[in-house]
Every structure is written in C-alpha cells, then in structure tokens.
Ligand binder design. Structure first.
Ligand SMILES: Nc1nc2c(ncn2[C@@H]2O[C@H](COP(=O)(O)OP(=O)(O)OP(=O)(O)O)[C@@H](O)[C@H]2O)c(=O)[nH]1
Ligand SMILES: [Mg+2]
Length: 381
C-alpha cells in the first residue's frame, strides 16, 4: 500500500503537538488538531494524545517550552509512541533537539501531507510532482544526519577535494531537482498538446478544501467511477470528463483539494496539475457547510486560487453536506463574494442537485454561445 517515499509504517502511533497563537480560540486549535489527527489517520497512524501550549510563536529550539516537553516525553515513554507530530514546519535544529529530548521519530505537518500525496499519486506527472516537492522540502533541511544520501552515488568520484558529505548531498539533491524539473517540463508539454487537441470547449473545474465532496459531485455529474472517500487528499491526480447538460457539452475537471498550511513546495510542484484550474472558464467551489471552519476553509481555498492566478472566474459556491446540519449557519446569509452564486446541497442525499445543475448550465451556456454563436440544440457534438 505504501509509496516508496513513505516515512511511516501502518499501525504506528503518534502524539500530536500544536501551539495556540495569541487571539486563537481553543475551539480553533481543537479543529486544527482534529485535522492533524485526520491527516495521521489517513496514513494509518493512530493518535494517542495531543498537547497544546499557548505561545506567541513556537519556541526556536524545541517548538514548545521545557515543561511541556517533559510532559510529552512522559506520555511518549509510557505509551511507547512511535512518533511526535508537530502542527507547524520544524527547522533542522528543532528536529535535532526534539529527537534528543523526546527519543522518538519527529514529523511535521508538511511531511505528513507530502507522504499522503506520495501515497495517492498515480500518474507519472503527479508522482514526479510529489518527488520534486519532497526533494525541495529536504534541501533546506539537510543536516549531517542525511549523509547516507551521498552513498547512493558512492564510487563515482562525486566528491571533490575538501568537499564535505553535506555539500555532496546538497549537490546530489540539486541535481535530482533539476532532473525532475526537466522531466516535468516534458510531461507538461505533452499535456499542453493534449489539451489543445480537446479543441475549444467550455471548461469547468471543481475546486475546494480537501474532503468536502468534490469527487462525489463529479460522480453525480459524469457518472464516472471516481475515488471518493472519507480521507484527506483522496484525489491527487486531475480527472477530466465530458459532461452534457441539456445537450450542451462541457469538460469537467476534478482535482486535488486544498488545505491550510499546504506546503509551498507542493503548490509549486503541482502548478501544472493546477493548470486545469487556471485554464478553466468556470469554477465550482465546493465547501463543507457541516464543519465549524467552513468559512475559514473557503478563505484558504480563495487564497490558494489567488496564488495560482485562478481567482476572478465566474464561480458557483456549493455548500455541501447540508444533510449533516440541523440549522443553516447564520454566516451563510451574509456570504458575499464577487462573481459568485451560492447553492446549498447534499451530494450524498442528492438534495439541491437540480438547482446546482441549473446554475452550472446557465454559466456554461453563456460561455458556450460565445464560443459557438451559431449552435442550435439539434447540432451534434
Ligand atoms: N454526509 C455527507 N457526506 C458527504 C456528502 N458529499 C460527500 N460526502 C462524503 O465526504 C467524503 C469526501 O468526499 P469526496 O467526494 O471524496 O471529497 P473530495 O472533496 O473529493 O476530497 P479529496 O479528494 O480528498 O480532496 C466521502 O466520505 C463522501 O462520501 C454529503 O452531501 N453529505
Ligand atoms: Mg476527491
């Protein structure tokens, strides 16, 4: 089951640690920890306990202060935890100090996300993108502990006079990054050619936070057999399907979900997968209305869309999973985004789907008749 770059084995156990920032509510912290636990669970890691400490910024040396560290160590020892997972990125010296003090494997949030992506990636493109992101993650974190890397190229006379193992490792990784970039450029070129052969068609992309129901909606619209599961990042590769509503055809893309604190190396390496989103004419932004952090998740997605230059498209905001909500949250009525229509649905219970389809069709039609002004409903596609 595990990909070649996995850093975790199944059935391992973990203790989670997060810092509560000034102004951050306990409720928010709990939601973040739940998400971290869900990320760990997706990798088959069981959470034994979690710890928080209120600090303005994480401690430079050990992320949390000494007293808290002792508490964590006691639990790690008593419960024989395999690892401690931190909710923010750690620098090499923090990792070293924490390994020394906690005497177990130390992971951070980015590493978990990278691991899940490595596990899920299926296409050559996604696999190469993940590998690139992993090397980019490792490069600034290289310490003398990583010397094993140089041995992979041992005997080829790689090491120049006076060069340390660390420098050799850096060079090996930089070479690897260059190689992966070249490989990706080649794949991108092939994909761009393929996209051109699709001809002029209206393109719609499903976007949203991870696990909100994008693939479930894709299935409803295209009857495609797509992996939809209660897991974070069930979808990492993009899928494109032709959909016809009311005899108007368009291309629908299901793609990777977003998450808060998405490692920047991942966004960079997944830029070409996100081309499908950038090049789309219309966005269906799916959100999970049943979580108390729906608004924040919508903001995270909008921020990421801005980062990849895909904001400002006609958008339908789909508030999904209404079946899990007794009462419509108050903030829904005050939702106001430019260029955005809101529709409330349950993809699972098929509530509100006709309204969603009608809204999608209206936007698709508008775009479609701009491309094909002479099209009549009897035309064959
Ligand atoms: N209760 C409820 N569950 C839903 C609904 N829509 C989807 N789900 C469930 O939510 C989980 C995630 O759905 P997916 O369609 O895989 O979500 P996604 O957005 O594609 O997720 P990623 O690909 O992981 O980013 C699955 O277990 C679905 O069955 C809904 O309307 N109500
Ligand atoms: Mg999905």
């Amino acid at each position: 089951m595990k990909g070649p770059y996995s850093t975790t084995k199944s059935q391992e156990t973990a203790v989670l640690v997060a810092v509560i920032r000034t102004n951050q509510t306990e409720e928010a912290t709990q939601a973040y920890l739940d998400e971290l636990e869900f990320l760990a669970k997706t990798l088959g890691v069981k959470t034994l306990a979690n710890f928080t400490q209120r600090l303005e910024t994480p401690d430079k040396k050990t992320f949390v202060r000494k007293g808290k560290l002792e508490e964590i160590h006691a639990v790690v020892e008593a419960e024989k935890a395999d690892m401690v997972i931190f909710d923010d990125d750690l620098n090499p010296s923090q990792v070293r100090n924490l390994e020394r003090d906690l005497e177990c494997k130390i992971l951070d949030r980015s590493l978990l996300i990278l691991d899940i992506f490595a596990l899920r990636a299926k296409t050559a493109q996604a696999k190469t993108q993940v590998e690139l992101a992993q090397y980019q993650y490792v490069l600034p974190r290289l310490t003398n502990m990583w010397t094993h890397l140089s041995k992979q190229k041992g005997g080829i006379g790689m090491r120049g006079p006076g060069e340390t193992e660390l420098e050799t490792d850096r060079r090996i990784i930089k070479d690897k990054i260059t190689l992966l970039r070249k490989k990706l450029d080649k794949i991108d070129l092939q994909n761009a050619t393929r996209r051109k052969t699709r001809g002029q068609q209206v393109r719609v992309a499903l976007v949203g936070y991870t696990n909100v129901g994008k693939s479930t909606i894709m299935q409803l619209f295209s009857k495609a057999d797509i992996y939809a599961k209660n897991e974070l990042f069930a979808t990492v590769d993009s899928t494109v399907r032709k959909v016809v509503f009311n005899n108007i055809p368009f291309l629908l893309t299901d793609t990777v979900g977003f998450i808060r604190k998405l490692p920047t190396t991942l966004i960079e390496s997944f830029k070409s997968t996100l081309d499908e989103v950038r090049e789309a004419d219309i966005l269906i932004h799916v959100a999970d209305v049943s979580t108390s952090f729906c608004e924040e998740q919508i903001e995270t997605v909008n921020k990421t869309l801005l980062e990849i230059d895909a904001i400002d498209k006609p958008t339908i905001l789909v508030l999904n999973k209404i079946d899990l909500v007794d009462e419509m949250p108050a903030w829904v009525s005050s939702l106001e985004y430019d260029n955005t229509e809101v529709v409330v649905v349950s993809a699972q219970e098929k509530q509100g789907i006709d309204e969603l389809k009608a809204k999608v069709l209206a936007l698709v039609e508008e775009k479609f008749y701009k491309i094909f002004p002479n099209y009549t409903k009897d035309s064959q596609f």
